[in-house]
Design a protein around this ligand. Structure first.
Ligand SMILES: C[S@@+](CC[C@H](N)C(=O)[O-])C[C@H]1O[C@@H](n2cnc3c(N)ncnc32)[C@H](O)[C@@H]1O
Length: 246
């Protein structure tokens, strides 16, 4: 995907992991084009509802979907909702495609792999830095934004690489409609403290938690992500933050 303007930010994570299996290369060629986000970079005021081939009632954005477990399952549960997912890591993108197609259950794939009719219609994927597309959407276009187990960048000198922070929060606030939700989860308590500090200082967001269980336990419709499963397996206790757009 071409970028039309020079970005004033850099992406510091991994873009590629181990070599892709041929079956996954096939998925990238044959299936990704069906779910790729239309080319909106450099444009403005795009209504997220217009990015889907069938009408959807509202749109949720997942930033850094990793292996795509959460995005794939939520899009299956909520067929009337449009899902835009952004992920830079190519192996993660192919993992999402296996979840969407059910390929992982079949073990391999052929040229004709595809979703059951309709399943491709409510998912759109941007395979680059999400910051390229955030300014392109119209204000209030999203009902929900997920940032799940973001890279923690624990060193103090890397703090400005943390996705939740003073640069991105106003951008996310612009995109959320009033009453819309920003959902963040992390098992890194430093990141949670950092996020809380910036969110509480923001004039745009209001924490919905009323008791400790509201942040200790995931919300009712939760789907485990891969990083969450890894954290739970190590005995860590993730924190789940839900902030409402004022
Ligand atoms: C620690 S992983 C968590 C993945 C997934 N959310 C999970 O919980 O399993 C963070 C992911 O965010 C992606 N990421 C970080 N910054 C991003 C950006 N600016 N745009 C798109 N993806 C990003 C990384 O590539 C990485 O896969």
């Amino acid at each position: 995907m071409e970028k039309t303007k020079t970005a004033d930010y850099r992406f510091y994570g991994r873009r590629k992991g181990k070599k892709l299996k041929p079956s996954r290369e096939v998925l990238l060629e044959s299936f990704l084009p069906k779910v790729r986000l239309p080319d909106i970079v450099g444009r403005e005021d795009i209504d997220p509802l217009s990015c889907f081939s069938l009408p959807v009632q509202s749109v949720w954005l997942e930033i850094g979907f990793g292996g795509g477990e959460h995005l794939a399952e939520q899009s299956r549960r909520y067929p009337q909702t449009g899902f835009i997912g952004a992920e830079v890591f190519l192996n993660g993108i192919t993992s999402l495609l296996t979840h969407l197609t059910g390929m992982e259950h079949r073990g391999d794939v052929d040229e004709n792999v595809g979703l059951a009719e309709g399943r491709a219609d409510n998912v759109r994927v941007y395979g680059e830095d999400v910051r390229d597309i955030l300014p392109c959407f119209k204000a209030g276009g999203f009902e929900r934004i997920y940032v799940l187990f973001p890279d923690p960048w624990p060193k103090r000198r890397h703090a400005d690489r943390r996705f939740i922070g003073p640069k991105n929060l106003p951008v996310l606030a612009r995109l959320l409609k009033s009453g819309g939700e920003l959902r963040i989860a992390s098992d890194d308590m430093n990141y949670i403290r950092w996020s809380l500090q910036h969110l509480m200082n923001s004039p745009d967001f209001e924490w919905t938690a009323r008791s400790a269980d509201d942040w200790r336990k995931p919300p009712a419709d939760w789907v485990n992500t891969r990083y969450e499963q890894k954290a739970l397996a190590k005995g860590k206790k993730p924190v789940y933050l839900i902030f409402k757009r004022k």
